[in-house]
Design a protein around this ligand. Structure first.
Ligand code: AMP
Ligand code: GLY
Length: 428
């Protein structure tokens, strides 16, 4: 039986918490810092995640058998390395392996070394601004400008003119996200998909393919966000395409990382562009996707605690999965007006219980908090982030899942509520 500590506080972690507590191998679940939704599933504890010793001490004191790390930040800061040094099992890559996400340059160079299909690119260090501007000015458009380091899903600009490309490069060198330089790459056409591989450093299993909706506006317009909605399974990933992804992408990554001395243990997120039979990698992440996870775990029938624990211990137990796709899931993200730029916080949220009257609907908390006590001494739920909630519905068909998700979405209200109205429309 596993005693599990889950790290994180977003919608993804709420979905992970729900799946972990539902696992027959899970005896006890803590989350840090958690959120008001995760509180329904786990005992939330306040730990300073940046203080690795404090996290390790908590684990030892409470006989934690497995730590599951949700977000990229603690992975890129080496939390997994520190815990493994204390012989604590971790589902999540160490700092070196997390570079697949934390450095776009590392990831692109790695793909080039291992012949993994991806857009042609050039990498510019922080000292190479003039060369990067020249390159952007003369590149065929559209051209894609990426900040080399972590940027919460916002460090990518698809420029349709050279002038726009130059502005994006300059903004990044002016320090919009930090001092990690940029990658400039060719624009890929096709349909995007996200495939998650649960990896033990040597072997892996894939979960149901999903499709995210990265842009803020309907019809894929406006700025890139962390993700505004997702559905799974995504039919664009046919059985043949999945085979290609396994052979040309996932296996070479796992073999390559192991050969290079950084075995990848955790969830390898492959962001892919699919054009006919062609597959290219858009990006890797070293963790589950948000909001894809809410949909992917919604259709997964598995002992997730056993799956993650076996991967963390270097010998993945594929029998922990009974089915990767029972039915269809659709997740609609409810965000705050203004996101992905500035937005107001602290607005009272109503209607979640009503939305969850449908037993096939779960409302995952992403950016919520408890507000100040009202006159009755109750602390109302309030908005506390750009992405506030994720409404996930499961049904026998994708069409029904979408309808269910939007019916539930309509029951939730807060003053700054915005959401896309076309999640999964492309697949229907
Ligand atoms: P990333 O953070 O690398 O996933 O990029 C965010 C989004 O930008 C992706 O989901 C794509 O929609 C878009 N994007 C990134 N790279 C490319 C590319 N080379 N060609 C076309 N679109 C891209
Ligand atoms: N939904 C995309 C991500 O998690 O990065």
């Amino acid at each position: 039986m596993e005693r599990i500590l889950l790290i994180g506080s977003g919608g993804r972690e709420h979905a992970l918490a729900k799946a972990l507590v539902a696992s027959s191998s899970c005896e006890k679940l803590w989350a840090t810092p958690g959120n008001p939704g995760i509180e329904r599933e786990a005992e939330c504890v306040a730990l300073n995640i940046a203080d690795h010793d404090a996290v390790a001490r908590f684990c030892m004191k409470n006989d934690v058998t497995l730590v599951v790390i949700g977000p990229e930040q603690p992975l890129s800061e080496g939390l997994a390395d520190s815990l493994r040094e204390e012989n604590i099992d971790v589902f999540g890559p160490d700092k070196a392996a997390a570079q697949l996400e934390s450095s776009k340059g590392f990831s692109k160079d790695f793909m080039a070394r291992h012949h993994i299909p991806t857009a042609l690119f050039k990498r510019f260090a922080n000292t190479q601004r003039t060369a990067a501007v020249d390159y952007a000015r003369n590149h065929a458009v559209p051209v894609v400008i990426k900040y080399d380091g972590l940027a919460a899903g916002k460090g990518v600009v698809v420029a349709t003119t050279n002038a726009e490309a130059v502005i994006a490069v300059n903004e990044m060198f002016d320090g919009a996200f930090g001092t990690d330089g940029v990658v400039i790459e060719d624009f890929l056409v096709g349909h995007e998909a996200s495939v998650f591989a649960i990896c033990d450093g040597r072997d892996y299993v894939t979960l149901a393919p999903a499709q995210d909706h990265k842009r803020i506006g309907d019809g894929d317009t406006g700025k890139n966000t962390g993700g505004m909605g997702a559905y799974a399974p995504a039919p664009v990933v046919t059985a043949d395409i999945m085979e290609t992804i396994r052979a040309r992408v996932i296996k070479p990554v796992i073999d390559g990382m192991r050969e290079e001395g950084s075995p990848f243990i955790g969830c390898l997120f492959c962001g892919l562009m699919i054009d006919g039979d062609d597959v290219h990698v858009v990006e890797f992440n070293a963790r589950f996707g948000d909001p894809e996870t809410q949909s992917v775990l919604g259709v997964l029938d598995a002992d997730v605690a056993k799956l993650f624990a076996s991967a963390a211990r270097g010998s993945i137990d594929a029998s922990a999965i009974r089915s990767t796709a029972i039915g269809h899931a659709c997740t609609v993200v409810l965000a705050s007006f203004g996101y992905p730029d500035a937005y107001e916080k602290g607005l009272v949220i109503n209607g979640i219980d009503d939305a969850e009257q449908d037993p096939h609907v779960t409302v995952f908390h992403a950016g919520t908090a408890r507000g100040a006590s009202d006159h009755a001494g109750e602390q109302p739920l309030v908005t506390n982030g750009g992405r506030v909630l994720g409404v996930t519905a499961i049904a026998d068909t994708l069409k029904n899942a979408v309808e269910r998700a939007y019916d539930a979405t309509a029951k939730i209200s807060y003053a700054t509520k915005i959401h896309r109205t076309d999640i999964a429309a492309k697949a229907l």
